[in-house]
Design a binder for this molecule. Structure first.
Ligand code: GLC
Length: 751
């Protein structure tokens, strides 16, 4: 069962072609029965299917078929394990096949520019390299089972505030180095069936009509071969969007968009070849999606639940442990916190799943430790302390040796559609923690939240602290597995936990106002910002503890190839040793620092990692490859990725601020000739050896420019040569400046 697309393009009428560039309903593409073109179904979401049998909605208000709710993106990203993501992807695909669903609308790979973004629970990280590697894992897993994906939201959709209208004003270097790389990585590695364009504008133009984004970058530079689908309702003008490269509008604007397309073609405003190119992408998608239409398959909910539990446990990040964990099997414990009884395991909005079942942490702990006492301690969604609940919590806390206390964000705090305005945990929960700790200092705090929170004195009151994120339907069992030691935690932070919201680099420019948000921090988001500002943080990017301990040794860095030929790279080898008494897994992280850069660069950037499982007492040598891109920055002047000659420090360690092993490599690279012109400054001419020679011959009667008073150069060095030529006095007039500029171009062969 397939389609002869070339043949169909000759047989489809104009009206039929136009109809194909819109959906037929909320979750379906348009059929053309006359020619045997079926409709295929698409559906959310990134961590579990939200297949809606009837008329759909895009914000999770309506119900959906039961499906396995896996850990949300911010949780599973903490596992730093693309292979795990692949397994989850395969399970998601099996559930899609079971309901004849062709495309899963995920993963979401937008950067966490601000910790306030309401959808951060749906996104992987503040780091594009990590997000890209994880996206490759889940997209590869899903598509390996003949189901498509929709990598979203392309691009610069980093807030919910005014998301359909806001204009994200982002300089090109920041787009290239921060907001596009994860899309580039997964497109080049896995060719996702679709990419979903975002609602917002990017530098003044809606993503759905942005031909630079959709065609120049995505298709021509990244080599994307699939279909571009709009976010639901993100097409504001169908014909400009069609021209820009948007293949499929969802949901359809029936009675309006197809008619507009027909009229535009008839009026000669859109060439028929452009329409055919869009229709071809739709037909290619339908052809890929058709095989699942006739499947009669099912999935094993218990097996998928077990995978969800394994994934959620691997996502838990152990932030502090003064010896309380793991809890001995005969421990005397009390459980406090409403979230232990009423699980918080996913975020609200289009990603919201109807789970097949839900583990309850209190039940899971009682299955191990007997009928342990419980107290709610606080009301979820309440803003004031409840004296009775506090008193009950104090009583229960005093009845056991150790307290396990869950605190976190109410579901109403994190959702698609709005952003948080602060990073604080609810005051009534903090009051309950203080009250409990005052009665019993042996407190294990379990955090359940979709994106980072300010911990404040939580870390003081907690003798042990785990971040469990939104771990999906099996989170209760997973957390119990970590607390009992059945699973040795190996999660690592995929987003920094700051001391204060104000410390985050986007603080002054989030969420913007008057429908404009300026990415004033540029490339310095997340740990890049905290490191550049030498800002202390509560817990750094990449941080996570274990019930065992690890050491790294014997670092070697072997470079290869040449920058000039685009083949430069390095092999990083290091030995990891489990020096403790418990089997465990370490995430070896490799950060690159450009020491000699002539442009502002982050202090360090994650460019490689490997998760290594090691039995107690064993060692393993790990090899991590760095390609040329790992050393490069986006040169705006050159309009390309560039590596500058000089020293680079390769740092290897357990997190971004714990890199005990370093190696400096000196990289040879062609000089980055900044194209000099009349409008280049005197300093730019002086920095360029050829330019300096030419200038010396023209000014000061051939005296060495070095004779030019340094102080003077400091004053006029930033002035364009064309301005200086007007001033005279340097024996450099406009004619001689033209001669010098022409000579430079000739000698440096710059077009
Ligand atoms: C929503 C979301 C997108 C989702 C789509 C369909 O508004 O932005 O992530 O896939 O619409 O529900």
């Amino acid at each position: 069962m397939t389609l002869n697309i070339d043949q169909l393009l000759t047989e489809l009428t104009l009206e039929e072609k136009a109809s194909l560039t819109s959906g037929s309903s909320f979750w379906y593409t348009a059929p053309v029965e006359r020619l045997g073109i079926p409709r295929i179904m698409v559906s959310d979401g990134p961590h579990g299917l939200r297949a809606q049998p009837g008329e759909g909605d895009h914000v999770g208000l309506g119900g959906s078929l039961p499906a396995t709710c896996f850990p949300t993106a911010s949780a599973v990203a903490s596992a730093w394990n693309p292979a795990l993501l692949s397994r989850i992807g395969q399970a998601l695909a099996q559930e899609a096949r079971a309901c004849n669903l062709s495309v899963i609308l995920g993963p979401g790979i937008n950067m966490k520019r601000s910790p306030l973004c309401g959808r951060n629970f749906e996104y992987f990280s503040e780091d594009p390299f990590l997000a890209g590697e994880l996206a490759v894992g889940i997209v590869g897993g899903i598509q390996s089972r003949g189901v498509g994906t929709s990598v979203k939201h392309y691009a610069a959709n980093n807030q919910e505030t005014d998301r359909l209208r806001v204009d994200a004003q982002v300089d090109e270097r920041t787009l290239r180095e921060i907001y596009l790389p994860a899309f580039e990585r997964v497109v080049k590695a896995e060719q996702p069936w679709t990419v979903m364009c975002s609602y917002n504008k990017v530098n003044g133009q809606s993503a759905s009509e942005n031909s630079w984004l959709l065609t120049t970058v995505l298709r021509e530079e990244f080599g994307f071969e699939g279909l571009v689908v709009s976010d639901w309702g993100a097409v504001y003008h169908r014909v400009p969007a069609l021209r820009a490269g948007l293949d499929l509008e969802m949901p359809p604007a029936l009675g309006r968009s197809p008619e507009a397309v027909v009229a535009a073609v008839q009026a000669g405003e859109v060439k028929s070849e452009v329409l055919d190119a869009r229709v071809r992408k739709v037909l290619e998608l339908v052809a890929k999606g058709m095989p699942v239409l006739d499947l009669d398959e099912s999935f094993d909910p218990e097996a998928h639940h077990a995978l969800a539990r394994e994934a959620a446990a691997e996502s838990v990040v152990l932030l502090k442990n003064d010896g309380l964990l793991p809890l001995p099997v005969d421990a005397s414990i009390a459980v406090i916190g409403e979230f232990a009884r009423t699980p918080r395991f996913q975020g609200a909005g289009s990603s919201q799943v109807t789970p097949t079942r839900v583990d309850v942490l209190l039940d899971e702990l009682r299955a191990v430790y007997g009928d342990v006492p419980f107290a709610a301690g606080y009301g979820v969604g309440e803003t004031v302390d409840d004296e009775a609940l506090l008193a009950e919590a104090e009583r229960v806390a005093g009845s056991a040796d150790t307290v396990v206390m869950t605190i976190g964000l109410p579901g109403a705090d994190e959702s698609e559609g709005f952003d948080r305005t602060h990073l604080d945990l609810p005051a009534n929960q903090l009051a309950a923690l203080r009250a409990v700790a005052a009665v019993n200092p042996n407190v294990v705090v379990v955090l359940v939240n979709g994106s980072t929170v300010v911990l404040g004195d939580v870390t003081v009151h907690a003798k042990a602290l785990v971040e469990a994120w939104l771990g999906g339907q099996a989170a209760g069992g997973a957390i119990a597995d970590v607390l009992t030691g059945a699973v040795n935690p190996s999660g690592r932070l995929a987003e920094t936990i700051p001391h204060r919201l104000e410390d985050n680099s986007s603080y002054f420019n989030f969420p913007g106002d008057s429908q404009v948000v300026r990415y004033g921090e540029g490339i310095f988001i997340g740990y890049r910002g905290y490191d550049k500002a030498s800002q202390e943080v509560a817990f750094p990017f990449g941080f996570g503890l274990s019930y065992t301990s690890f050491t790294l040794s014997d670092l070697t860095v072997t470079t290869r190839g040449s920058v000039a030929e685009g083949t430069f790279g390095a092999q990083v080898r290091v030995t990891v040793t489990n020096t403790g008494t418990v089997d465990g897994a370490e995430v070896v992280q490799v950060y690159v620092q450009d020491v000699d850069s002539t442009v502002a660069r982050p202090v360090r950037e994650l460019k490689g990692f490997a998760k290594v499982s090691l039995p107690a007492g064993s060692s393993e040598s790990v090899s991590i490859e760095l390609d040329q891109r790992a050393f490069a920055f986006w040169s705006v002047e050159q309009g390309r990725w560039a590596v500058e000659a000089g020293d680079f420090v390769i740092g290897v360690g357990a997190n971004s601020r714990d890199l005990p092993l370093t190696e400096t490599v000196t990289v040879e690279a062609p000089r980055l000739a900044v194209p000099l012109s009349r409008d280049s400054t005197l300093q730019e001419w002086m920095n360029d050896p050829t330019g300096r020679d030419l200038i010396e011959k023209e000014i000061a009667n051939g005296q060495s420019a070095a004779a030019m008073d340094e102080e003077l150069l400091g004053v006029i060095g930033n002035m364009p040569m064309s301005t200086l030529a007007s001033f005279g006095g340097m024996s450099l007039d406009h004619d001689s400046l033209d001669r010098v500029a022409a000579a430079w171009r000739e000698q440096v062969q710059v077009s």
